[in-house]
Design a protein around this ligand. Structure first.
Ligand SMILES: Cc1ncc(COP(=O)(O)O)c(C=O)c1O
Length: 466
């Protein structure tokens, strides 16, 4: 008889099992405990404390290589940009370059990471719907490869920055192509009523204006229809519409490139079944070729910008269980398992209702499966890490609990809510673990509060009764 509170798709048969495609490839249990990238999570926790985000370097780099090779096999000319917003540290940027990817940034901060990591400026693309004048100047001064223009105002701003610098800046124009991606609404970026890009019918006038500006060189159009997309037909439909616009706007002056964005979905739970990326690349290439033939234009150089697909499945967050509390509801009992992190290190469940998978990482258990909800330590009832999971019913304080597929948009979106220091980002390779980003300390956080750093104030002073 199914548990009335458990989602049908969750498999209760073995609460120790590591579902294929959800955990970093090669993750196994040895002596009951999880080994990721050849390292025992108990040793990592003993050395670094919890929580921590562990990124398997071999998996992240392997996936970067695999998606590049899949698209190179499907298209004759392609550039793969790694979407840095998913997870950007100096070493992650270097791994991506070493695997032949370019880097996509969307703020001055991400630009600074890429440049200081040694990424060649011409390999950087700069996105964003509201780049500041300082960010634009920084990108122009560095000599970055392309800006993705998001509005008429931005075209003028980039043109004037390039003119002042005496450069001709290569640009793409982001189009809101009107394809509704089948994903959570907040992640879908090509609805008409949204902030990104320029609608198809406004593109011709803006392209004409960009072409009048001598300090800009328009190399192509860009779109991104959303994230965590499984249905390849959304990508194909967007590619067809973009190609039609590409052909129309390239009739007078050819456009060399077409950027189709990122958004390729990954498995967060065993219920998610993404198609192999090779099949998605091939079906996208079929759609592009068929549209190009029909329109009588050559297939342009294609660019894509995956983030999540590359680093998401390479990351695991490890927490320590603090309290376990059965909560009895009319429909049944659910155990709330609370850990030493939560929405501060992974806000995606609270933001998007994202689902995750969890396992006890420090041991295997022979106990029966119990329906659990993994909660964080923050002062917010929506602070949920894993909404529903079958864990061994003997899950207990002190157990290490691992949450899979946290490589993308967790560290990147982390906050200091409740004055909580952010966890470190660790990398593992061939059993060796090193810090990519160190753990934040409470002193790091207090250092920004001038009430401490100015040095003079006391509680009595501020009460006015000294
Ligand atoms: C313009 C653009 N490109 C690429 C991406 C990367 O998406 P994903 O990490 O889902 O591949 C995003 C994500 O928001 C985006 O906005």
């Amino acid at each position: 008889m199914p548990h009335p509170l458990a989602p049908q798709l969750l498999d209760a048969s073995d609460p120790n099992a590591l579902a294929d495609g959800v955990w970093p490839a090669g993750t196994e249990r040895a002596d009951g405990a999880l080994r990721i990238g050849g390292a025992d999570v108990r040793d990592i926790a003993a050395q670094h404390g919890t929580p921590f985000l562990l990124v398997d370097e071999t998996v992240a780099r392997g996936r970067a290589r695999r998606i590049r090779e899949a698209f190179e096999a499907a298209f004759s000319a392609v550039d793969v940009y790694y979407a840095g917003k998913a997870l950007l540290t100096a070493d992650v940027a270097r791994w991506m370059r070493a695997e032949g990817l370019r880097i996509d940034v969307c703020t001055g901060g991400e630009l600074a990471v890429a440049l200081r990591a040694g990424v060649e400026p011409e390999a950087i693309g700069f996105h964003g719907n509201n780049k500041s004048l300082a960010e634009i100047d920084a990108g122009v001064a560095a000599g970055i490869g392309t800006f993705v223009l998001d509005s008429p105002i931005e075209a003028e701003r980039v043109a004037s920055s390039a003119e002042r610098a005496g450069r001709v800046q290569r640009v793409r124009l982001r189009i809101s192509v009107g394809v509704h991606a089948s994903t959570h609404e907040f992640l879908a970026t090509s609805h008409e009523d949204q902030k990104f890009g320029v609608p198809v019918d406004e593109a011709p006038a803006l392209v004409a204006r960009i072409r009048e500006l001598p300090s800009l060189e328009l190399v192509g159009l860009h779109t991104h229809i959303g994230s965590q997309i499984f249905d390849a037909s959304g990508f194909a439909e967007s590619a067809r519409r973009m190609l039609a616009l590409h052909a129309e706007l390239g009739a007078s002056e050819p456009l060399a490139e077409l950027n189709l964005g990122g958004g390729f979905g990954i498995a967060y739970t065993a219920a998610d079944r993404p198609e192999p990326i090779e099949r998605i690349a091939a079906s996208l290439a079929d759609a592009v070729r068929a549209a190009a033939d029909e329109l009588g234009v050559p297939v342009p150089r294609i660019a894509i910008e995956p983030g999540r697909w590359i680093v998401g499945p390479a990351g695991v967050t490890v927490y320590t269980v603090g309290t376990v509390k059965p909560v009895r509801l009319d429909a049944g009992t659910r155990a709330y398992v609370s850990v030493d992190g939560g929405m501060g290190d992974n806000p995606r469940p609270a933001l998007y209702g994202a689902q995750y998978s969890a396992r006890i990482a420090s041991r295997a258990s022979a106990a029966a499966a119990a329906l659990t909800r993994v909660a964080g330590h923050h002062c917010e009832s929506g602070d949920i890490v894993v909404d529903a999971e079958w864990l061994p019913e003997d899950v207990a304080p002190g157990d290490l609990l691992a949450v899979a597929a946290t490589g993308a948009y967790c560290h990147a979106l982390a906050s200091n809510y409740n004055v909580t220091p952010r966890p470190p980002v660790l990398a593992v390779r061939d059993g060796a673990v090193r810090e990519l980003v160190r753990r934040e300390s409470i002193d790091d956080l207090l250092a920004r509060d001038t009430g401490f750093t100015a040095g003079s104030g006391t509680a009595a002073d501020s009460n006015g009764d000294a």
